[in-house]
Write a protein that binds this ligand. Sequence first.
Ligand SMILES: [Zn+2]
Length: 169
Amino acid sequence: MPDLHYLADPGAAEVARGVGDGLRLLRQHDYLIVCVTNQSGVGRGLFTEDTVHAIHRRLNDRLSTYRAHVDAFYFCPHTPEQNCECRKPGTALFLRAAEDWAIDFRSSAVIGDRAADIEAGSRLGLFTVLVPEVGHETATESELLEKEVHPDVLVSDFGAAAAAVLHRG
Ligand SMILES: [Zn+2]
């Protein structure tokens, strides 16, 4: 379940370095790819849910050049102040995805670039991989220590993250 980052402008949505190749590799090994994101910009009125959907279509269009594909997108439209259960590190969207797609968490993994991603994955017993450089906002070591977040694996690029998932013990 990679966390892909994007901008509010669908035309500007780009696939971060290594993500296309990494997702293709996982797909070749029969992994279902689910993207779970926090989109508080919707709750703040900065952009609409339609824009989010357009960005998701755009990302899959870009990923097709890598023969990669995100099977399902789930996003939280709320602001932190709304205290919902779906905003990561909340686990509601992961649980919904698991129900929708019959996902077994024991054989799944979370690849993310923020402490909240790892925290959500850990709560569910998922194998967690932190890639601090995937997105624009990086999880700093102090942020991780502060939140007592401990990924199973820490890697520097998405290709290594995909490999870590495939070679997990
Ligand atoms: Zn939410």
